[in-house]
Design a protein around this ligand. Structure first.
Ligand code: NAD
Length: 324
């Protein structure tokens, strides 16, 4: 039997590169489409096409040539604050280019799709941990762009135009435990990376965005999920989709939240370094608490996280940052 072929858009990026490595090591053929817009770089875990998804005709040519069995769609813009300042950029890439990709899939006859969705689709919820059934009320254009794609996928699956799994990741963090891959963002906006950069002396201080949230210590609470566990969820989602053709939407998080202040304390403990912390104002677009109800992914995909410890996540990111 020939090997299954998986095409990853955004496979040079943070989550995509770790997923490529796991797929490659598991014996799948990996094809990557990426325009390298976010500082991502090439790695040895797939055949690369450097191209923007907006080039629909070229994308059709690649799909016809490679004939992948499954497409995992990671490519997107991901910075919430930027999406508030420049919403069109986000709708154009995250929604417009996803429509182009799906149009190309339809043209070539590819039906299996795994979508990188986000906890940002939920917005401010009454309930935490958040079940997948919670109403989607995104509070920023980034989250809105993901919710729009989810809606389209749901309608298309109902009409049997495609089969999909949307994984709603919570805060993806950490790095390859082997130290080879890691977050390569040009503008690191994620808390753990910024705190570690402050510890390393690459940032003069770390700013906390808001200390007056309705949480025990006043800072936002997030569910930090190790990138290797997220990557592995894609392998399980793909197997499930190929066996069942049942479309589904699944939270991907550990079900445990940490506040910004707790993360900072753990970064100081892991690195054994002190750094300056400034208590600043809230940023627009940040819900106070986002924690996953992960019962569905555990039940349906039999997902068993391996790295669900904040210290491990920080340790692996630190190991990567010290090297780069
Ligand atoms: N990192 C997180 O915490 C997180 C949380 C929830 C959801 N997500 C989603 O996961 C996916 C991957 O995120 P990431 O953290 O790896 O980001 P990333 O920026 O590292 O990766 C995105 C990749 O897509 C590529 N890309 C973007 N637009 C493209 C286009 N038009 N054509 C071709 N390539 C393009 C970029 O060059 C980059 O390599 C995104 O869809 C993001 O919305 C991430």
């Amino acid at each position: 039997m020939s090997k299954l072929k998986v095409l990853l858009t955004g496979g040079a990026g943070f989550v995509g590169s770790h997923t490529a490595k796991i797929l490659f090591r598991s014996g799948y053929k990996v094809i990557i489409i990426d325009n390298f817009s976010s500082g991502a770089s090439k790695h040895p875990y797939g055949k690369f096409y450097k191209i923007d998804l907006k080039e629909e005709k070229e994308i059709i040519k690649i799909l016809k040539k490679e004939k992948p069995d499954v497409i995992m769609h990671f490519a997107a813009f991901i910075i919430v604050s930027e999406s508030i300042e420049n919403p069109f950029k986000y709708y154009e890439n995250n929604v417009g280019n996803t429509i182009k990709l799906i149009s190309a899939m339809k043209e070539v006859g590819i039906k299996n799709f795994i979508f990188s969705s986000s906890a940002a689709v939920y917005g401010i919820t009454e309930k935490n941990p958040i079940p997948e059934t919670a109403e989607l009320r995104p509070i920023n254009p980034y989250g809105e762009s993901k919710a729009m794609v989810e809606k389209m996928l749901k309608d298309m699956a109902q009409a049997k135009e495609l089969n999909y799994i949307a994984l709603r990741y919570f805060n993806v963090a950490g790095a390859d435990p082997e130290g080879e891959l890691g977050p390569s963002y040009l503008q690191p906006t994620h808390l753990i990376i910024r705190a570690l950069k402050a510890a390393k002396g690459e940032l003069p201080y770390l700013e906390i965005y808001g200390t007056d949230y309705p949480t025990p210590d006043g800072t936002c609470i997030r569910d930090y999920v190790h990138v290797m566990d997220v990557a592995y969820a894609h392998v399980l989602a793909m197997k499930y989709l190929l066996q069942n053709t049942n479309s589904n939407v699944l939270n991907c998080g550990y079900g445990k939240g940490f506040s910004v202040k707790e993360v900072i304390e753990t970064v100081k403990k892991v690195t054994q370094r002190e750094f300056k912390v400034i208590e600043g104002k809230r940023r627009p677009g940040d819900p106070p608490v986002l924690v996953a109800d992960n019962r569905k992914i555990k039940q349906i995909l039999k997902w068993k996280p391996k790295y669900n410890f904040l210290e491990t996540i920080i340790q692996h990111t630190w190991q990567w940052l010290k090297k780069t």
